[in-house]
Design a protein around this ligand. Structure first.
Ligand code: FES
Ligand code: FES
Length: 409
């Protein structure tokens, strides 16, 4: 247990907390402030958004102990806030809520938008709200409500006045480790955010055989192609062809033998990320194996990925087919790090591998002069990696198997 002292909605609070307790649990269970909702507890949905030292933050991924000395404002603390009152009215008027589960987090983000971006248009409001998910409304009413309040503030001149009791943040992102008043402008939080873009976490305890920091997530997949190993190996030599098999991937410069630069577009609901990066390739032709090591960065979400893909080809069906075994190890940092959690990632990886294998088989069948045994992937399927659709199909498959198991009893 660690004793922390902080200010919650203007009141001094001192409490002993377990280091593992996140701020949302601390507030909901310790302080009985249940207006902060919990949805995903992975930093994705935004339901738990509140203000730490005036900046919006996900309380489900912020440890309470990291908020020692900080000033926390929850939705309850904004009851009498003039801007929040206007936002509440606008949300009711414009039908910006249905079940209301996302609404506390949505209102906190909305308040940040109207105070920080007094000229935000629809597009900007949508972009700023992209970290808050709503299952009910379709967002149209929410965006309209935020825009109404921006317009009201422009008309009555309050857009130019700073909001009482808040320090509008200059960027979204992790806050709460240390707190703003004692932190120099270029202090640890900002430095950490700048370096997180290109490097793996500093203190990794173990190393992989290649000497790289041990990745946060490791996945093993395999698939079979009905072509002999020599032909598959030759196909793997054509980096542009291989990249074209990966949904969402494209090359940004012509590939060299041992180096490749490209990007991959991933979509998860309203979030889309363009990871741009490069990788080095090592190939062992004698043993038909290779390693691709590299990293990428999505500047918009400030998420970065580093990883290593090892692949090996094995002869099957008397040399007429090839089994491709792939080991992927990667570490994601930043807001999109929720991708590297839970068993769903493994399901996701197997569907992704299946999509890659299907594209590979179609291209190889075509290159060999035959007509592909499988349907050609559509442009939509290859233009971006729709992780949201894949996650939904994974969840749907899991729900079906759960019902199947229940009815078999
Ligand atoms: Fe915190 Fe979803 S509960 S982001
Ligand atoms: Fe139901 Fe947003 S109103 S989740």
């Amino acid at each position: 247990m660690k004793t922390i002292s902080l200010t919650v909605n203007g009141k001094a609070v001192t409490a002993a907390v377990e280091p593992r307790t996140h701020l949302a649990d601390f507030l909901r269970e310790g302080q009985l402030l249940t207006g902060t909702h919990l949805g995903c507890e992975h930093g994705v949905c935004g339901a738990c958004t509140l203000l730490i030292d005036g900046s919006p933050a996900r309380s489900c991924i912020t440890y309470a102990v990291a908020c020692d000395g900080a000033e926390i404002t929850t939705i309850e603390g904004l009851d009498e806030d003039a801007t929040m009152r206007r936002l509440r009215d606008a949300f009711s008027r414009e039908h910006g809520l249905q079940c209301g589960y996302c609404t506390p987090g949505m209102l906190i983000t909305a308040r940040d938008i109207v105070t920080r971006l007094p000229d935000a248009d629809d597009r900007r409001v949508r972009f700023e709200l992209s970290g808050n998910l709503c299952r009910c409304t379709g967002y149209v009413g929410i965006v309209r409500a935020v825009r109404r309040v921006i317009e009201e503030r422009q008309k009555n001149g309050s857009a130019a006045r700073p909001e009482a009791g808040t320090t509008p943040g200059t960027s979204l992102g992790p806050v709460g480790s240390g707190h703003a008043r004692t932190m120099p402008a270029n202090g640890p939080i900002k430095r950490q955010m700048a370096t997180a873009t290109t490097t793996a976490p500093a203190a990794e305890p173990t190393r992989s055989p290649s000497g790289q920091a041990k990745p946060g997530m490791e996945i093993r997949q395999s698939f079979t192609v009905n072509h002999p190993p020599d032909r598959v190996w030759a196909f793997f030599d054509q980096i542009d062809q291989v990249a074209a098999c990966m949904p969402g991937a494209s090359l940004t410069t012509p590939p060299r033998d041992d180096h490749v630069a490209g990007k991959i577009r991933i979509k998860l609901g309203p979030i889309s990320a363009d990871f741009a990066g490069d990788a080095d390739i090592e190939r062992d032709a004698a043993n038909k194996r290779g390693v691709i090591r590299g990293g990428g960065l999505d500047t918009r979400s400030r998420s970065s990925a580093r990883g290593e893909i090892r692949y090996a080809l094995f002869e099957e069906k008397g040399g007429t087919a090839t089994r491709v075994e792939v080991d992927v190890g990667f570490t994601l940092t930043g807001p999109l790090a929720q991708f590297s959690r839970s068993g769903i990632v493994n399901d996701l990886a197997s569907r992704l591998t299946a999509a890659f294998a299907q594209n590979l088989r179609v291209r190889m069948d075509r290159a060999a002069g035959g007509s592909p045994a499988e349907p050609e992937p559509s442009t939509e399927q290859t233009a971006e990696l729709n992780a949201g659709a894949l996650v939904l199909s994974v969840l749907w498959a899991r729900i079906k198997s759960l019902f199947g198991a229940l009815f078999r009893r």
